[in-house]
Design a protein around this ligand. Structure first.
Ligand code: ZN
Length: 77
């Protein structure tokens, strides 16, 4: 299941949300505001091969530059 990154428009809190059934988060887990925006992060879509090789070349190079490094398991940084 895809995990998307969201950012609260009220307090700026960024969080990851496991999307199930296409549902968006109801609100910010920190302040509860409903104005959350999905961040376009490629990190959630990076699939690593069995040998630890990142199979998606585009994501391996520069797509992760814009993501927050707090909890990105895809970019490895
Ligand atoms: Zn918030």
């Amino acid at each position: 299941m895809p995990i998307y990154e969201y950012k609260c428009g009220a307090c700026g809190h960024e969080f990851e949300y496991l999307v199930m059934g296409g549902k968006n988060p109801e609100g910010c887990p920190k302040c509860g505001d409903a104005s959350v925006a999905k961040l376009m992060s490629a990190c959630g879509f990076v699939s690593k091969g069995e040998g630890g090789q990142v199979t998606s070349s585009s994501a391996a190079t520069s797509s992760c530059a814009g993501c927050s490094a707090t909890s990105c398991a895809g970019c490895g940084s």
